[in-house]
Design a protein around this ligand. Structure first.
Ligand SMILES: [Fe+2]
Length: 262
């Protein structure tokens, strides 16, 4: 079966979810490619600088539109735990679709010109189409940085202490994190988040995140099938174990933890 002919459940869900826009995600993807190229061509140096110097500044600044950042590593850099093919689909197509659809759905709303976090929090429960795409854009912006080649390993001391204080032990955190991902029915995410000053494990459906649970995410793993089905098929537990043991960029988790407790 060719790559293009391989429809995942995620793609079908995404298509159904976005059906009210009367725009095919595949057509939107093609349109998005040219739109992104145009957007980047306006000031590519500035766009690139934003990606490299502060890859998640879309969560903090006030962008007029969402943009797709480059991956912070090569598409094949996370192998064997996450394949080049998965990242080509997941980043280049799925994330781009959220960006393209999010920009279309943001136009003319009260959230135009707001920060990404404000759009995510503000549209939750009020504008499902915008929320789904903005929420997924926020989640994926961080997701690429929550992973790195040769990830996993030692957890920075301050984060490790916060995990032990909040959850009991690092082993218990890993067990609960994997369990949250395994038991998330259908598409969604599992998380480490800071709530009321404590590190917790939680899970959310679809494009939601701890942001809409009164908490701040510091680590998230995408358990939509588009994130693991090419590499792991239905073995979601194996994907989650590989993520926590071999992919997590704990330095980025530490950065988000520091920001969350300020
Ligand atoms: Fe995803």
């Amino acid at each position: 079966m060719s790559l293009i002919q391989y429809p995942t459940i995620d793609q079908q869900q995404n298509e159904a979810r976005l059906a009210h826009t009367n725009k095919s995600p595949r057509r939107e993807f093609l349109k998005g490619l040219s739109a992104t190229a145009v957007a980047l061509s306006v000031n590519p140096a500035q766009a690139q600088a934003q990606v490299i110097k502060n890859p998640t500044n879309q969560t903090e600044s006030k962008p007029m539109t969402f943009t797709l950042p480059d991956l912070p590593y090569a598409h094949d850099a996370l192998q064997p735990y996450m394949s080049k093919e998965t990242l080509e689909y997941h980043h280049d197509k799925h994330h781009l679709a959220y960006v393209t659809n999010g920009n279309n759905l943001l136009k003319g709303t009260e959230w135009e010109g707001k920060s990404l976090e404000d759009i995510v929090k503000g549209s939750f429960g009020k504008n499902a189409g915008l929320f789904n795409n903005a929420g997924q854009h926020y989640n994926h912006l961080h997701f690429w940085h929550w992973m790195k080649p040769n990830g996993g390993g030692a957890i920075p001391g301050k984060v490790e202490k916060a995990i032990i204080d909040g959850i009991g032990s690092v082993d218990k955190m890993k067990e609960e994190f994997i369990q949250a991902g395994v038991t998330q029915f259908g598409s969604g995410w599992c998380w480490l988040a800071v709530k009321d000053g404590k590190v917790i494990v939680t899970k959310t459906a679809n494009g939601e995140s701890p942001l809409v649970q009164g908490a701040t995410p510091i680590l998230g793993c995408d358990v939509w099938e588009h994130s693991y089905y090419i590499d792991y098929r239905n073995r979601r537990p194996d994907y989650l174990k590989a993520f926590i043991e071999n992919l997590v960029n704990w330095a980025y988790v530490e950065e988000m933890y520091e920001a969350a407790i300020k």
